[in-house]
Ligand binder design. Structure first.
Ligand SMILES: Nc1ncnc2c1ncn2[C@@H]1O[C@H](COP(=O)(O)OP(=O)(O)O)[C@@H](O)[C@H]1O
Ligand SMILES: [Mg+2]
Length: 338
């Protein structure tokens, strides 16, 4: 549905100096109907990527194909036509204060010259679709932050795009409103079959709504894949971001080992780890852990305190043997130094 092929964008340095490579040879595919998260630190290239997707920015080299159309090759009227297939949602909806919610939603349709009767019918549909019924005659000042973002989403969907690009759509919202907006985005994907790209710095957004995720760093793709695949790959950078571990406990007398059982075929839950320790003569207690269910599978990392029969920390040899046994079954384990 969306294919980036060798996408590169180089900006000349503002004051002379070395050029800035904002995007460096990006290959990426977003399947139709997928919700794909793009994450990365500030300066990683996320906004440049989304501007290339909308045709606002011309790539230095490479291709940007949306639904089979090479956006980067278009100009003028053909670019405007292609952009009608792309809806945008921003962090701040920037509504027109003098217009009601419904009038704000109608605005892009007015600009596109849609006749009044059709416009009114479409706005009514959109108001219903984003859950704003009863609020459509409110002005922005009379709407909550979540309602304002619903107007922003409705406006982005006005022209019935196949793709919705969201740049930090929930970054200005509180956690419970964030969840409602993410639920709405997923509902819209389910009901309309649209493809969604969400740029975000919030890992909770990725966990809650994305089917796939791509991590950018310095304009390059560092990791990309299905949510379960990246979350359960302990060697990749995204797993510890998606499933962070709470701080190691202090004040206990035991050796503590950190276990990441995400992609093990045999050790799938923390109970399995405790059992394996038992088979090796160690009593394991879970002292810290983060476990998420992603795609119906438990993905997690836990810290186990290991003691022997008399309640003392197990020997270093015992620990090494345990770590080795875990390793053999695909669990990445490491002693936690405290
Ligand atoms: N118009 C521009 N001119 C020069 N440099 C730019 C321009 N836009 C972005 N950059 C640079 O490109 C890099 C990526 O920026 P950006 O895409 O905004 O990152 P992000 O959205 O991930 O924070 C940064 O180093 C930024 O300074
Ligand atoms: Mg940005």
């Amino acid at each position: 549905m969306i294919t980036l092929d060798g996408l590169t964008k180089v900006f000349p340095a503002p004051g002379g100096g070395a050029d800035v490579v904002a995007l460096d040879d990006i290959d990426l595919t977003v399947d139709a109907g997928q919700i794909h998260g793009i994450v990365g630190r500030s300066g990683a290239g996320k906004s440049t990527l989304i501007r290339c997707l909308t045709g606002l920015e011309k790539p230095t080299s490479g291709h940007v194909s949306i639904d089979g159309t090479d956006i980067a090759a278009l100009d003028g009227a053909s670019l405007r036509a292609a952009r009608r297939n792309i809806g945008m949602v921003f962090q701040h909806a920037n509504l027109l204060d003098s217009r009601t919610a419904a009038q704000n939603i109608a605005h892009p349709l007015e600009i596109a010259g849609v006749p009044r009767a059709r416009r009114e019918q479409r706005v009514a549909e959109l108001v219903e679709l984003v859950g704003l019924s009863g609020r459509e005659h409110n002005h922005p000042a009379q709407l909550s932050g979540g309602q304002v973002q619903r107007v922003g989403i409705a406006r982005g969907l006005a022209a019935e795009p196949k793709v919705l690009l969201c740049d930090e759509p929930t970054s200005a919202l509180d956690p419970s409103t964030t969840r409602q907006i993410l639920t709405l985005i997923r509902d819209l994907r389910d009901r309309l079959g649209i493809t969604v790209v969400i740029i975000t710095h919030e890992m909770s957004v990725v966990r809650e709504v994305c089917d796939a995720v791509t991590l950018l760093e310095g304009g390059r793709v560092v990791q990309s894949g299905g949510l379960l695949d990246v979350a359960s790959d302990p060697h990749g950078p995204l797993s510890s971001e998606l499933i962070p571990l709470p701080p190691a406990p202090t004040g206990i007398s035991a050796l503590v080992v950190n276990c990441d059982y995400g992609d093990s075929e045999t050790l799938r839950t923390s109970d399995d780890l405790v059992r394996l320790a038992g088979e090796r003569g160690a009593h394991a207690t879970i002292v810290a852990g983060t476990i998420e269910t992603i795609g119906g599978r438990q993905v997690g990392r836990v810290q186990l305190a290991l003691r022997n029969d008399s309640g003392a920390p197990i020997s270093r040899e015992g620990l090494d043997a345990f770590i080795h046994a875990l390793d053999a079954q695909g669990v990445v384990a490491q002693e936690v130094t405290r």
